[in-house]
Design a protein around this ligand. Structure first.
Ligand SMILES: Cc1cc2nc3c(=O)[nH]c(=O)nc-3n(C[C@H](O)[C@H](O)[C@H](O)COP(=O)(O)OP(=O)(O)OC[C@H]3O[C@@H](n4cnc5c(N)ncnc54)[C@H](O)[C@@H]3O)c2cc1C
Length: 406
């Protein structure tokens, strides 16, 4: 059994073999791949210290998930480079747990190491113009060819990081005669295939984090199918449950989230204060603290297994809080809060609220109640799957997908 003392020993061994002081300075997001950093991350993965709860040989040691904090603290104190989790969030938070649960041994060995080190970025080809909240209605078709491999045609939309991605997790319809949830299959799609076309979509912030993706005759070997043919909806639930935890359940220190900048402004700029704003700030500060502690509870639950629908509650709370807090900050700053003057279309490598002005935070937080499932849909999930309330009437559950009105 690998305990905290053993993990400390292994971490120190890694640090002795790769002293961080001898590594080059952390790279800019534009050049993430310097060799010293990459070699350190590969060595960390091979030592089983990447995600300690993963199996041996796949970046872990089969240790309890809660012990990851021991490794992270040692590495942070030594100034070791990390894998820039914000840049590779889709790979780490969604693709990896799905590959671990449903992938073959060969798939796990091929994909997990470069995913974790950040050498290969992943994106998520789920949403379509006619299938967002009702994701199971998706129409992208995967047809099996004579040799057993697949040909994929269709359109995806709102695909974050598709312009950076080497691989995508993709769900596509393989049986139009089956009801919508049953005729879907889950694949890993090669984003360098000549049939993949990525076009930027510009957001309210002026940036284009996401894209529309056109798939025309894309070849996917059957060896890149995750799970059984027709079982893609079940596989996708693992991705979606992990997505909500990844978005809503980030580990934050006190005042570490959106409440941090607004609290700082409040302390540093007494001339902006009013009684009403004070009341609102205090209420939101308490809400942020409750959300932070609830996140800790959720992470403790996670140590016991895969996240369930409870992640939906965290993500709901996170979206509401971010929107209310950033709204308060804009009001607090008055005219200055409305300044947002750089509308050049940028292609950011990561969504980063730190160091950005109040106007950006206000505009970007609007997407929080849409991405990873809208708040209305998450309320339905909490009602049905957490509270056990009666389900919404669904008349299309047993109808063949090809016969649904579109
Ligand atoms: C910043 C951002 C990043 C994203 N990144 C990705 C990505 O990388 N990959 C990807 O696949 N997708 C991504 N998405 C897409 C996202 O998952 C969808 O936008 C979302 O699921 C909603 O789908 P939709 O946009 O089609 O809206 P619709 O489903 O058309 O919803 C429209 C409105 O109807 C409401 N509604 C729909 N059904 C119900 C219901 N049953 N009960 C009550 N209300 C309902 C919704 O809440 C919403 O207000 C991203 C979105 C955003 C904003």
């Amino acid at each position: 059994m690998t305990d905290a003392a053993e993990l400390r020993r292994r971490t120190r061994e890694l640090l002795a073999a790769h002293p961080p002081a001898s590594l080059p300075a952390p790279p800019s997001p534009a050049s993430p791949g310097d060799t010293g950093r990459r070699d350190f991350l590969r060595a960390r993965f091979d030592a089983g210290l990447a995600w300690v709860h993963f199996p041996e040989g796949l970046g872990g040691l089969g240790a309890p998930r809660s012990l990851q904090a021991v490794v992270d603290a040692e590495l942070e104190a030594a100034g070791a480079p990390d894998n820039d989790p914000r840049r590779i969030g889709i790979g780490l938070g969604m693709a990896a747990p799905t590959i671990l649960q449903y992938g073959t041994e060969e798939q796990k060995r091929r994909f997990l190491r470069p995913l974790w080190t950040g050498e290969e970025v992943w994106c998520q080809l789920f949403s379509e113009p006619g299938a967002g909240s009702d994701l199971a209605a998706l129409g992208t078709r995967a047809v099996r060819e004579d040799g057993g491999d697949w040909r994929v045609d269709g359109q995806k939309v709102w695909t974050s990081s598709a312009h950076l991605a080497r691989w995508a997790i993709l769900i596509a319809r393989t049986d139009p005669d089956a009801p919508k949830h049953r005729g879907i299959t889950y694949f890993v799609c090669d984003m360098t295939d000549p049939g993949v076309e990525v076009r930027p979509l510009r957001q309210i912030t002026g940036e284009a984090e996401f894209n529309e993706v056109f798939l025309t005759g894309v070849r996917i070997p059957d060896a890149h199918r995750l799970g059984e043919v027709g079982d893609g909806w079940r596989v996708a639930q693992t991705t979606l449950n992990n997505e909500r935890v990844a978005i809503g359940g980030m580990r934050l220190p006190r005042e570490g989230g959106m409440i941090g900048p607004v609290s700082r402004t409040w302390r540093e700029r007494p001339e902006l204060r009013t009684h009403d704003l004070h009341q609102r700030l205090l209420k939101l500060w308490v809400d942020a603290e409750v959300a932070r502690l609830t996140g800790e509870r959720l992470r403790q639950q996670l140590t016991a297994g895969q996240p369930g629908p409870e992640g939906a509650g965290m993500k709901l709370g996170f979206a509401r809080l971010n929107q209310e807090i950033s709204g308060l900050e804009v009001e607090l700053r008055g005219e200055e809060g409305l300044l947002y003057d750089d509308w050049t279309m940028r292609r950011p490598e990561l969504v980063d609220f730190t160091g950005r002005d109040a106007g950006y935070r206000y505009l970007r937080s609007k997407g929080n109640s849409i991405e990873g499932g809208t708040s209305e849909v998450l309320l339905n999930i909490v009602a049905e799957r957490v509270l056990g309330l009666p389900a919404e009437p669904r008349t299309d559950k047993d109808v063949a997908w090809k016969d649904l009105a579109r």
